[in-house]
Write a protein that binds this ligand. Structure first.
Ligand code: HPA
Length: 267
């Protein structure tokens, strides 16, 4: 399956990306900045899932950002769309197979840690997978990685140091913390948010952790960046909507883009 996907892309382009980026909800604008790009619809890639989530275009883009060869997935594959964990990480495995060394996983999240604010960007230092099945369940592909991969340092320390330096230079408030993934698509209940707080989570969302697990398994260097879009359920006394999440992610997008560009330049 993966081989067919790689062959399909290789018939179109020889470009070898250094860094792959999975764009989260409302962060798709970065795709417009890629120079000399080749765009491939997910629907045209053999056996590749299509993006059905709102604001997720479903396009693979290979081209140049900051004069570096990059691979963008403009459209994430989520468990709540009905995809298996293995299908949902096909982006990560394709990135590795096309030659990427680094992967930047981006998302919009709800904030649990009350010292963080909406609009802040959080560098993911670690994660919690909560009631989410592992993408590594099933026969292990030994050519990708080991059966029991270590998860003690999923988010690359050097990249995190770099991200902090870049944020300082740009005068961007960069938080650092633990991201928890649930399956969604429903937002959490107040009781669930209390539980997640007691588990040590700073932000919550419906993606990223399974991708980070697959990326670490296959030897990619991982960076996770989360735009804090909203206060998690129960923190404010009002219902949460997808529209609110999209609106605040959009607002934070310019700073977010500067961070990504800075990372691409220096990685
Ligand atoms: N919960 C889950 N996923 C999210 C949230 C949230 O509050 N905000 C953005 N994605």
């Amino acid at each position: 399956m993966l081989e067919n996907q790689v062959n399909y892309i290789r018939e179109i382009t020889e470009l070898i990306p250094e860094t792959a980026i999975i764009l989260g909800s409302g962060l798709g604008r970065l795709a417009e900045r890629v120079r000399d790009k080749i765009t491939v619809s997910y629907a045209d890639i053999p056996d590749f899932p299509v993006s059905t989530a709102p604001l997720h275009k479903g396009e693979l883009i290979l081209g140049y950002l900051e004069d570096k060869c990059v691979l963008l997935f403009n459209g994430r594959l989520h468990l709540y769309e009905g995809y298996t964990p293995q299908e949902a990480v096909m982006t990560v495995r394709l990135a590795k197979a096309l030659g990427a060394k680094n992967i930047i996983l981006t998302n919009a999240s709800g904030v649990i840690n009350k010292s963080f604010k909406c609009g802040d960007i959080m560098l993911i230092s670690d994660h919690i997978s909560c009631f989410v099945p592992s993408p590594l369940i099933g026969k292990n592909d030994d050519s990708l990685g080991v059966r029991f991969p270590d998860m003690s340092a999923v988010y690359n320390k050097n990249i995190r140091t770099l991200a902090k330096k870049i944020a300082k230079g740009l005068d961007v408030t960069l938080r650092e913390g633990v991201y928890v993934q649930l399956t969604g698509p429903q937002f959490e209940s107040p009781a669930e948010i209390k539980m997640l707080a007691s588990l040590g989570a700073d932000t919550v969302g419906m993606s990223t952790v399974i991708e980070a697990i697959a990326a670490k398994h296959s030897g990619l260097k991982v960076c996770g960046l989360s735009v804090i879009a909203n206060y998690a359920c129960g923190i404010l006394d009002k219902p949460l909507t997808a529209e609110e999440v999209a609106e605040s992610t959009e607002k934070a997008a310019p700073e977010f883009e500067m961070m990504i560009r800075g990372l691409i330049r220096t990685l």
